[in-house]
Design a binder for this molecule. Structure first.
Ligand SMILES: C[S@@+](CC[C@H](N)C(=O)[O-])C[C@H]1O[C@@H](n2cnc3c(N)ncnc32)[C@H](O)[C@@H]1O
Length: 325
């Protein structure tokens, strides 16, 4: 049975019940502006593709091997229709997914990131905010690990649509992706048990304001999960690329782990723990048939894999946890 597109009533009802009536209305209005007023060049095409999706009921789950799966019986004809429909929502960057036997081999092995995180976050019966959640891949993992609900934010409408495609088959599940950025978190809400920000901090011109907005979103003693690019050097160091970093135009600040820890403490977080530091490899981030643009191997100096094509240290990512006071 088809779900409704962009149906965010359940998270808004939860916000209202939690005493955040005005915020729920504000978010609802912002979503309306993004979807119905401003739109996006391709949005009407994506909506048409969504409406044309085959009518299939599935059961969504997250497997131990890292795939988010939709199970259900489909004919080979439906499978080939669905595969070509899913291709219209490329590039698929975060996953992997297995939808009725169709393996979406995404650019990123996000399951590797999930494996670095899963033992360090308390999710059972928790309400989670995932800022910069992409297509909601981690939300499915977190629901399967016991979270009550996951509310994701991502301003990039293609990823929101990818999530809507999956929701369309999964039915009512408490994993949502609102088409909004972290700017909707500037006020103190003190609501979520867990707030996750992975792969967002270095895109922000003001990383401290980003950390403050994450702090504001959390309940007292709520847990933060922060994952970002770092420079792998001792001491409080900071890299601000002159121009592009690994061909990305929007990378502003890459701190060392010590500097990042200090930023978190200065923002008010306590109990800061570094749970992982890992260089990104071309096995974790690579071009596939579901993401045919350039990928990590094109961003690294072909003569020296320890450097980006611009001569900066090649990508290393750190995962930290911390708590709101
Ligand atoms: C590198 S991806 C990370 C996706 C996912 N969290 C992960 O770790 O794989 C960064 C995501 O942040 C989103 N993003 C960019 N600016 C943002 C903002 N101001 N607020 C929230 N999300 C943002 C992008 O659209 C993109 O999906």
């Amino acid at each position: 049975m088809k779900t409704s597109l962009f149906d965010f009533e359940s998270p808004f009802a939860w916000l209202r019940d939690a005493g955040h009536q005005a915020w729920a209305e504000e978010l609802q209005h912002s979503c309306h502006l993004v979807i119905d007023v401003n739109g996006h060049g391709n949005l009407s095409d994506w909506i048409q593709c969504w409406e044309d999706l085959p009518d299939i009921d599935g059961h969504i789950d997250a497997r131990n091997d890292g795939r988010v799966t939709l199970d259900g019986q489909i004919s080979s004809r439906t499978e080939s229709q669905l595969r070509s429909d899913l291709m219209k929502f490329r590039p698929w960057r975060k996953g992997p997914f297995d939808l009725f036997g169709i393996h979406i081999d995404t650019e990123w092995r996000s399951d590797w990131k999930w494996n670095r995180l899963r033992d360090h976050v308390e999710l059972r019966d928790r309400s989670v905010l995932d800022v910069g959640c992409g297509n909601g891949y981690f939300g499915w993992q977190m629901l399967a690990a016991g979270a009550t609900r996951v509310i994701g934010l991502d301003p990039f409408l293609l990823y929101v649509m990818q999530h809507e495609v999956i929701r369309n088959f999964a039915g009512a599940a408490q994993n949502y992706v609102l088409p909004l950025g972290d700017d909707c978190l500037s006020e103190r809400r003190h609501l979520f048990d867990v707030t996750v920000s992975m792969g967002v901090l270095y895109h922000r011109t003001s990383p401290i304001e980003h950390l403050q907005s994450l702090y504001n979103s959390l309940q007292r003693h709520g847990q933060l999960v922060l994952e970002t690019l770092v420079i792998d050097t001792k001491g409080e160091q900071l890299l601000m690329p002159e121009g592009r970093y690994a061909k990305m135009r929007n990378v502003w600040f890459i701190p060392s782990v010590d500097m990042l820890t200090k930023w978190l403490r200065r923002t008010g977080f306590q109990d800061v723990k570094v749970v992982d530091v890992t260089p990104t490899t071309t096995s974790e981030q690579r071009r596939t048939e579901w993401m045919t643009f350039e990928s990590l191997s094109d961003f690294i100096d072909p003569e020296d894999s320890s450097k980006t094509v611009e001569g900066y240290p090649a990508p290393v990512r750190a995962m930290l946890t911390a708590r709101r006071k």
